[in-house]
Design a protein around this ligand. Structure first.
Ligand SMILES: NC(=O)c1ccc[n+]([C@@H]2O[C@H](COP(=O)([O-])OP(=O)(O)OC[C@H]3O[C@@H](n4cnc5c(N)ncnc54)[C@H](O)[C@@H]3O)[C@@H](O)[C@H]2O)c1
Ligand SMILES: [Zn+2]
Length: 360
């Protein structure tokens, strides 16, 4: 098991990563000083796979445990579901010392975290992420939210968990399309911050795809470390944290125009390549860097070509999403693999050019 300490003052906490560590949950909770009542929030599939064993272990160790089930899917990351959970918590006599444990992907983590941040003005929150995306991205950084009025993450808070337990063995049951989605964030993190880790991914991608446990552990550990270090420096996203949005500007526009038919990871994958091409066209990133990114994204079974869709609508969605001044747009660009920065002065016409030509 590997441990990362996220240093966030009074909200500092540990991130534990390793295969089979779900079995250590009781020990880790006790070590963190959490006792008493635990409410597990999960979906029916994850409950069957991991939730019931977890509940049994906690009960044997003397915890009072209730499981609250939420159906799968982004639709349930809503105020309505949060409202139902507040009722269920009250019915189960949850008080200010009751811990809420999110067992699942980013949907469960964001929703349960939002509920934990607001129920009785905040109760202890535990993240037990079971998707690659949740282990490397959504469980870290304290952003919790629900969607509202068609807008993702519209209502939310910054609320740090007391600990994060990432059992990499749970990824063995994850559908391969969900693995690819998570890999987009893994590649993004390496590309913006750590060339050595990027090289590790280039060398070990086949083993990661084969779910080799030591490789998965290293991948989750390195990616989680990149995110935790960025969040430590800029918890509230006033500056540096925005580099985590690399590939997400065009990615979000593609998701919007496709009405979410194109999955997040795939949209971000293309967005990363487009941003690298913009960096190259501006003379900031060399061709070798662009090519390395393109090859790794392709090997991870993610798209390297712009999906066939309305380019005008994509540009409109992009302009809608971002502040434009004098036909210039703010963009995260790459200087080199492992080195991203925020540019304020990217010409909209260059973005348009890159979206139109599918090859550099
Ligand atoms: N808070 C943040 O900083 C942050 C960052 C990125 C994304 N997000 C949010 O995360 C959400 C997406 O999360 P996601 O990609 O994890 O999707 P998800 O939570 O919808 O999970 C995907 C699917 O995988 C299933 N699943 C989960 N773990 C499994 C396992 N081990 N075995 C088999 N099936 C399993 C789930 O039941 C679900 O159907 C979005 O709502 C997004 O907004 C939040
Ligand atoms: Zn993302």
């Amino acid at each position: 098991m590997r441990t990362i300490r996220a240093e966030l003052g009074a909200n500092s906490h540990n991130i534990y990563i390793g295969p089979g560590i779900l079995g250590n949950t009781t020990f880790l909770l006790k070590e963190t000083g959490l006792s008493g009542k635990v409410v597990i929030v999960t979906d029916p599939v994850i409950d069957g796979l991991y939730g019931q064993d977890l509940k049994r272990g906690l009960i044997q160790a003397g915890y009072k445990v209730t499981t609250l089930l939420v159906p799968r899917g982004e639709d349930n990351k809503s105020l309505e579901t949060a409202g139902r959970l507040y009722h269920d918590l009250t019915d189960n006599y949850a008080d200010r010392t009751t811990s809420i444990l999110a067992l699942g992907g980013g949907v469960i983590g964001d929703l349960a975290g939002f509920v934990a941040s607001t129920y009785m003005r905040g109760v202890p929150f535990i993240q037990v992420p079971t998707t690659l995306l949740a282990q490397v991205d959504s469980s870290i950084g304290g952003k919790v939210a629900v969607d509202h009025g068609q807008i993702k993450n519209k209502v939310g808070a910054f609320y740090q968990p007391r600990l994060i337990i990432s059992d990499t063995e749970t990824l063995k049951t994850l559908p391969s399309c969900e693995m690819a989605n998570g890999m987009a964030e893994v590649i993004k993190s390496a590309a913006i911050r750590n060339e050595r880790f990027f090289a590790f991914l280039e060398d070990n991608l086949a083993s990661i795809k084969d779910l080799d446990l030591p490789c998965l552990e290293e991948t989750v550990f390195q990616t989680a470390k990149i995110k935790a270090e960025i969040v430590e420096k800029d918890e509230r996203e006033l500056g540096l944290r925005a580099i985590l949005n690399y590939g997400h500007t065009i990615g979000h526009a593609i998701e919007t125009v496709s009405e979410l038919a194109i999955e997040h990871g795939k949209a971000v994958a293309f967005g990363m390549i487009a941003a690298a091409r913009i960096s190259h066209k501006m003379g900031i990133l060399d061709y070798a860097g662009l090519n390395r990114l393109r090859e790794l994204v392709g090997k991870a079974d993610l798209p390297t070509q712009m999906p066939r869709m309305d380019k005008v609508a994509t540009m409109q969605a992009l302009k809608h999403d971002k502040k434009i001044r004098n036909d210039k747009i703010r963009f995260v660009l790459l200087k080199a693999i492992g080195d991203a920065f925020i540019a304020d002065n990217v010409d909209l016409s260059l973005v348009e050019e890159v979206l139109e030509a599918s090859e550099t």
